[in-house]
Design a binder for this molecule. Sequence first.
Ligand code: F6R
Length: 606
Amino acid sequence: MCGIFAYTGEKESLPILIDGLTCLEYRGYDSAGIFIPHSGLIKSVGAVDNLKKKLSKAMPGKSGIAHLRWATHGEPTEANAHPHCDCNKKIYVVHNGIIENYKELKNKLLLEGHIFISETDTEVLAHLIEHYLSIKQDFEKAVISALKDVRGTYGISVSYDNEPEKIIAARFGAPVVLGLGDRENFIASDASPILRHTKNVIYLRDGEVAVITPKTHRIYNLDSAEVTRDKQILDWDADQVKKDGYEHFMLKEIMEGPEVVENTIRGRLIIEEGQVKLGGLEVVADRLRQINRIIIVGCGTAYYAGLVGEYMLEEYAGIPVEVEIGSEFRYRKPIIDKNTVLLAISQSGETADTLEAIREAKRKGALTLGIVNTVGSTITRETDAGVHNHAGPEIGVASTKAFISQLTALALVTLFIGRQRNMSLSVGQEIAKEIKLLPKKIKEILKSVDDIKAIAKKYKNSKDFLYVGRKYNYPIALEGALKLKEVSYIHAEGYGAGEMKHGPLAMIDEKFPTVAISLKDSVYEKMLSNIQEIRARKGKVIIIATKGDKTLTDFSEDIIYIPKTIEMLSPILSIVPLQLLAYYFALGKKLNVDRPRNLAKSVTVE
Ligand code: F6R
């Protein structure tokens, strides 16, 4: 959600800034802008390409700040696009987040005679800094004083025409990462645009301010005291943020499924002991033995992963589990004590609602754990312990490989907690063995790409879809429907197949197809009855079935087969064809698959 990128070094900054913005495009945005000291400002509505087209004159300079805006206050217009500046056009600010008291601050500044040209909350920051400079504070002090006046969330970068080499960044609630290069330094809202320049990074913490020049970086708190922070070396590869010949990141990331599972389980499975080695959880192993309840929290796709986790943990670890979306959890009065674990699932590690749920649980004494993909992210830092996905950067806005990895990590956590409790050695061994086989089985599913493409073509004119499944595959019906909605804008609803008779069946006719996940598992017979109910209403059915199941050929012509695994792990396979189906529906409609309208990759505001 919004993207910041800033550079200071020995090279010409414009191409570096444009490249940085291009890397951040996946986060979702509606306008873009760049400021280079002494060269000026350029902004445009829409894609970064529009910004490039507007570049009629050279913009020389060795530093600069750049921004992709996802509108919150004020429409996506050029005036509202960032960077925003002060009255004297000396101080330029890019900002992610929301300044909650901006109206109050703006009124004060208006009384002082400041002139505003946008409707944004961000512009207030530029004028506030100008105000503090005017009372003889230096650049760094002025930024800190301005930040002390604001309430809300921010990740910012500030550039000042009078000190062109210096860029100041700060964070409170919106991620900011510093990239430390060789005689060049960077600031960004996530590591993806930095990776191609350096792997040495520092993730700022809330209330920290960083000052970078080409050769130096310093970090302060809001009391102006210097803070020592060690750099981190990212193990992500710059190639992982390239499309590698695929037309879209979404397809590339689905195709990475086998590798993603390998990476999530690498060095963790001890098959002969029916165990897993999860270094991140070992530190809290004793406390985990005492817990009597798990609350899983996530948003969107991560929430659906949590629903699968509920089935896994209750069945195999024998522990009561509740799953809640972050935005609801934080506003109700959850009953939490020191024997409760809050397990947060998040790809980005920055989702505001998930983060607030963690904070609330911590305040109430719960042990907090995370399943997080982004190393160094806020959720990683704020949870007591956790498991990293090691899925690599996910660029497509619609989460695919992260979901598969989240399910795999949940299976590992289930083994870890289950074996601490009543899970037998033989059950542990069986689960571990089956986890190990998943990459091969995903590879096999990926070979059905042409069949899936053909099904997407056949149903291309359908305007509505129902997705149904039961038990472990009920959340997969929800996630399958979400994928279709997100990337193809086709109306889709996910239901537990048993619920059909309680309402949704009324929608079914020959024009309303259903995608049914009907695997050879403990609810197979029940699923067959549900499919019959749909067919009896002339509804067409696309079925995800277990390889070798001949019965279903009587039920539909459109069957996608997946290999057999144990029921608990079946969602890790059944979601793959549904992700591909959504992709090919969107492709057929020639949509921007990687950047669906209105959506942002990382939702850092409430
Ligand atoms: C859907 C999707 C979103 C995210 C949700 C949580 O494809 O990507 O629903 O899953 O915004 O994001 P993270 O996992 O970063 O917390």
